[in-house]
Design a protein around this ligand. Sequence first.
Ligand code: 13P
Length: 344
Amino acid sequence: MGIDHEELRTTARAIVADGRGILAADESSGTIKKRFDSIGVESTEENRRAYRDLLFTTGGVEEFVSGVILYDETIRQRSADGTPFPELLESKGVIPGIKVDLGAKPLALAPGETITEGLDGLRERLAEYRGLGARFAKWRATYSIGPATPSDYCIWTNAHALARYAALCQESGIVPIVEPEVLMDGDHTIEQSRRVTGRVLQAVYTELHDQRVDFAGSLLKPNMVLSGYDASSRAGIDEVARETVEVLLSHVPAAVPGIVFLSGGQSDEDATVHLDAMNKLGPHPWQLSFSYGRALQAPALKAWGGKPDNVAAAQRAYYHRAAMNAAASTGTYSPERERELSTA
Ligand code: 13P
């Protein structure tokens, strides 16, 4: 089968061009229910549709957002005027993407560790998603830092699965976003986070190489190197930026066009400030941008509260965070800009 490497590379580069980044709006039904619970909104299919509609129809946000990751339910839903979401996004110059993993499940014989499932039938699902308009995909593996974790077993089985997913994506003409997430949970130090992140990335790029994945037609979505949530002392902005960039320089090939961070439970402003600090250390071999879920949506979700009357306020909140993160992705963010009132 002929693979169109040029198309894959063009799409991958387009996602990280012009200081733009990705909105991760691919929360599974369980995760979006948790987000809605936090604002007292029932997680019905219509509420989920209305909330995603609000995000996708925010005027002008395409200046800052190049792609949106959708969930299986969302890629099949429509905007209020009947336009399918993927078509709506494309009409604004935003590339539709799709989460294709089926979640992190307990890894057999490895208490506390997970393996991400979803490879069976993936080739057929990718063909369907491409038909629905998806041009890139996402697969997330998770790793917890503990006294004996992550094990080499967990690191290598997840790396193998990530590479199998990525190869299938490229065969289907879909750019794979490879997402190995070292979780912030725990009281680990930033040095532990750096060591684990390095081991994980080394395994991922070994498997991607061995399974013939074209790095130039792929993107990486990693965690930043951070102290654990419960650490007794927390690393500051400059240390996070330096440690993260150093570990990426050691383990991510320069052929990868872009690295789009997850926010992973950081506050929305921390996620912006850290990305900005890394870009201020540049230039780097790859674009450094964002693929945030919580850090892009938290203020909008709160402003919305499930009420149609609040849609405009929620869109202003989303627009503002997207603008701030786009500035961070070129290293031009500042606290003054944070305080400027943006209007959608
Ligand atoms: P967060 O930015 O909320 O971590 O979500 C990004 C994501 O897609 C996690 O898989």
